[in-house]
Ligand binder design. Structure first.
Ligand SMILES: Nc1nc2c(ncn2[C@@H]2O[C@H](COP(=O)(O)OP(=O)(O)O)[C@@H](O)[C@H]2O)c(=O)[nH]1
Ligand SMILES: [Mg+2]
Length: 350
């Protein structure tokens, strides 16, 4: 371990310089810094954010065991064959980093260990400061600035936060393994709503075609593969909040991660989406992602300020008054924000 520099900005600058020129150890260190929400991590994002925005961020989600890791590995091979550099962030919300659930990642890491254009990172959710979504967003910024063409964020679609992580991508793949019955796991988890592409995985299994047809019927009429994005039809907004684009019916594709069958058409579809984003990079999805990041920083800053040593007594007195049902929580929040504004004005006036 290098001893921590007393100057986080200087240390972040050194790591960022090294990471963008291909130093994978520096990149790994930066990711640790953003994961632990350290001062170095924040400084690194400040340096790197303006260099990012070129990667196609692809979220991959689906129930545990639906074949995500196997498919991501097959996508990795196909993307590499096409000359794309790829970073994979495997988010495991349930298990600590040493857990067996990340075995698939270790297999991948071994296979691509010698390839400098592949970078694989597992993130366990437990104990992360700033929330998993915030951590994933900042990790993506760092990897994007480091020059990866594609960043795959693989996450288990079991809870709302994982769904949000996947949906924060430019393109979201939702996996559904063929079932014998009419049960569609992705519906139960609320995943279909965030899908840009629905992938029936394990295409070698009986019932894959049937599952695909079931999904197509549920999702609505098939559109030609080269139909423009619904978002493309909108006038380009340059100010104001993002428009909710009319929901485009997701494509349904069948893949067999185990053999690679169907993966080339999937990557073709990803490349078409990438080309559209390159034409107009400030997509409404990206504006939403930026808004989420900014709001979370604002609320975290306000909260940290109110809980700071100088204000802690006043803040906790109000919180206790809420617990005692002497005042309501909205009144407490209003009072805290009002005193904060007053202090800020006093500070400004000197
Ligand atoms: N038959 C078949 N099995 C698969 C395929 N892809 C994955 N599996 C199996 O499904 C299980 C879960 O796969 P995995 O990729 O780890 O799923 P994850 O939990 O969604 O990441 C493993 O036993 C895989 O071997 C496939 O294309 N065909
Ligand atoms: Mg997996």
């Amino acid at each position: 371990m290098t001893p921590a520099s007393p100057d986080p900005a200087g240390r972040a600058a050194a790591l960022a310089d090294a990471a963008v020129t291909g130093d994978r150890r520096a990149l790994a260190r930066l990711l640790t810094a953003v994961e632990t929400a350290s001062a170095v991590g924040e400084a690194a994002v400040r340096i790197l954010h303006t260099r990012a925005g070129h990667a196609h961020v692809v979220g991959v989600t689906g129930a545990p065991g639906s074949g995500k890791s196997t498919l991501v590995n097959a996508m990795l091979r196909e993307l590499r064959a096409r000359g794309r550099s790829v970073a994979v962030v495997a988010v495991d919300p349930s298990s600590p980093i040493s857990g067996g659930a990340l075995l698939g990642d270790r297999v991948r890491m071994q296979e691509h260990a010698a390839d400098p254009d592949v970078f694989i990172r597992s993130m366990a959710a437990r104990g992360h400061a700033g929330g998993l979504a915030a951590t994933t967003d900042t990790a993506v910024i760092v990897l994007d600035a480091a020059g990866f063409d594609v960043i795959v964020v693989e996450t288990v679609g079991t809870g709302q936060s994982e769904v949000e992580i996947a949906a924060a991508a430019d393109t979201t793949l939702v996996l559904e393994a063929p079932e014998m019955g009419d049960e569609v796991q992705a519906i139960k988890a609320g995943l279909l709503e965030v899908a840009d592409i629905v992938v029936v995985s394990k295409g070698d299994r009986p019932g894959a075609g049937r599952t695909a047809n079931l999904l197509r019927t549920m999702l609505g009429p098939v559109e030609p593969a080269d139909a423009p994005e619904a978002a493309d039809a909108e006038p380009e907004a340059t100010s104001g909040p993002p428009a909710r684009p009319p929901r485009r019916v997701p494509e349904v594709l069948i893949t067999t991660g185990a053999t690679g069958a169907g993966v080339a058409p999937l990557v073709d579809s990803l490349e078409r989406r990438r080309a559209r984003i390159e034409e107009r990079p400030v997509t409404e999805a990206r504006v939403r992602r930026a808004a989420t990041m900014v709001w979370s920083i604002v609320s975290e800053r306000v909260r940290a300020d109110l809980a700071s040593r100088e204000r802690a007594a006043e803040t906790w007195a109000l919180v206790r008054a809420v617990a005692a049902h002497e005042i309501d929580p909205y009144a407490a929040a209003d009072a805290l924000l009002a005193t904060r504004d007053a202090t800020a004005r006093r500070d400004e006036e000197g």
